[in-house]
Structure formats: C-alpha cells, structure tokens
Unconditional design. Structure first.
Length: 202
C-alpha cells in the first residue's frame, strides 16, 4: 500500500556558525538584559523572556540577523513561496536551573524560529504538540508520525530551528546546573498576500 503525507508540518533545523566575537557579544547582551517571567500568570519556575522584543534590530546584531535570514531561506524554499520575508520581533529566552516553559504558539506571525546559543547538557529539549480535538484515544503499540500528538526534538548548542508560527511548543525543564539562553524570533511575509476579501499587505 502507498501512503501519502497530507497537510504535513515541517520543522527545519541546521547549525548557525557564528564567530567567537559574535557569540560573545550575544552572550554579554543576554547576561545584562532585563527579563520578566513568561506566560500570563508569571510563575517563578517558568522561563524568562527579555523585555527587549526587537533584539535583532540592534546595530550590534546586524550581521547575526543577516545570517539567520540566510538560513531561513533554505527552510522557506521548501514551501515554494515567492515572497520576501522579514524578521519582526526577536527576544532572548533565559532558563535558570529548574525552569521550564508552557505550551504556546506565536500570534501575528507566519513562521517562528529559535537559535540556541548557550545550551548546557540536560537543559531541556523543545517539545511540540498539535493539540487536536480527537474524540477517541487509542494507545498504539508504537508511536509514529501518523498516530502521535507531539514531538520532542533533540537540540544542541548552535542549532537553529524554524517552524510554522501556529505550532504549539514549549521548553522542557532545565535539569542542568547552568543557565540556558536562546534567541527566539518571528517572521512575516512581505508585500501583498492572499486574494479577494482575504488580502493583507505587510
């Protein structure tokens, strides 16, 4: 029998190679940034996000922004979109030992991405969940891409990942003894998109 994957969700992952200076600049910025707890209820054991939400618009990170966008183009080409895109918001996520995130998706964006620039061993995977409204639960003999509800992705330092902005995700618990940093960002298509009464221009 032939099987077809329909409505597939693609996660793109590759390495982002920065110079030592670029990496050091980012780490110094992360260390001195001001943060607030993520989520609506601001639990103390949650990860923190930088109060600055346009990190990649800072002059010091112009080259970093270019490298991220260049890496994104490989992911974008999978969809065969002709549009140009723009990185919109961008922020640092900080996870102290014992911290973890909560499932969320990013609003007002088309794609999202995360660059892991400080990732101690055992500091937490990224977990995705589709949260579909199935009415009947059957536990399979083995989970696979056709019957599962979520996915946990192994990540390493200097990994950068891209995914649709409407995909629910979270950081799992930081079980290391060190802080973990990542740079998250959102991406929107530029120009006129859609058609008829579903047209928008960014």
């Amino acid at each position: 029998m032939r099987y077809l994957d329909i409505y597939s969700t693609a996660l793109g992952k590759t390495k982002l190679n920065l110079s030592k200076k670029e990496k050091d600049d980012l780490l110094r910025y992360a260390d001195k940034s001001n943060y607030s707890k993520s989520g609506l209820k601001k639990y103390e054991d949650r990860t923190s996000v930088s109060k600055e939400t346009y990190v990649l618009n800072l002059d010091i990170f112009n080259t970093l922004k270019e490298k991220i966008y260049s890496s994104f183009l490989d992911y974008k080409n999978l969809y065969e979109y002709k549009n140009d895109f723009a990185i919109t918001t961008s922020w640092i996520t900080k996870s102290n030992p014992g911290n973890y995130g909560e499932y969320h998706k990013h609003m007002n964006c088309f794609f999202s991405g995360i660059y892991y620039f400080k990732l101690p061993i055992n500091s937490g995977l990224i977990s995705f969940n589709k949260f579909n409204n199935e009415n009947i639960l059957i536990v399979p003999q083995k989970w696979n891409k056709y019957n599962n509800y979520g996915h946990e992705e192994n990540i390493e330092e200097n990994d950068i990942i891209f995914f649709p902005g409407n995909l629910y995700h979270t950081q799992l618990k930081n079980n290391s003894n060190d802080v973990r940093y990542s740079l998250a960002f959102n991406i929107m298509p530029k120009g006129k998109n859609g058609y008829g009464d579903s047209t928008f221009e960014y």
